[in-house]
Design a protein around this ligand. Structure first.
Ligand code: ZN
Length: 153
């Protein structure tokens, strides 16, 4: 498989999640919540999680926004469900490096798995905010002290 084929596969993955997002709704007995807003594009997101001990046992989102923000939220929920909070935050860090700094080292790509599909958004600075919104919102939801409303501006 060459780089172009991989690119196409990744684009299909993002389009599929943009059209048919997974894990939509509200998590049952959620104990972590946050709202995110990206005014530049108009993306809005409400995220709810059920964390037991240090494991994310359930996560769902309700969103209104572009295909990139929807796909990112959908793929994020799949990636973090069942993971320890510590590993989720490490994933957030890697995702951030990928879309803002183009960190495509083998270590980062191996950690991110399918989320590596978002590498291409780095070329479109306004889209970085769309792709990052779900992750910023997640970070806010998991902080014990911080505000529950995040904005990319
Ligand atoms: Zn957007």
């Amino acid at each position: 498989m060459d780089a172009n084929e991989l690119d196409e596969l990744y684009q299909e993955l993002i389009m599929d999640h943009g059209r048919r997002p997974r894990n939509t709704g509200s998590a049952a007995e959620a104990n972590h919540h946050a709202h995110g807003h990206n005014p530049l594009c108009g993306d809005k997101l409400a995220l709810s999680l059920r964390v037991e001990g240090d494991v994310v046992v359930d996560v769902k989102f309700l969103g209104e926004g572009c295909a990139i923000s929807t796909a990112s939220a959908s793929m994020m929920t799949q990636a973090i469900k069942g993971k320890r909070v510590e590993d989720v935050l490490a994933l957030y860090h890697r995702f951030h490096l990928l879309v803002t700094e183009g960190d495509e080292t083998p270590e980062t790509l191996a950690t991110l798995g399918k989320l590596g599909a978002f590498a291409g958004v780095r070329r479109f600075p306004t889209r970085v905010k769309c792709a990052s919104l779900a992750w910023h919102t997640l970070d806010a939801a998991l902080r014990p002290d911080a505000t529950r409303q995040v904005t990319t501006e």
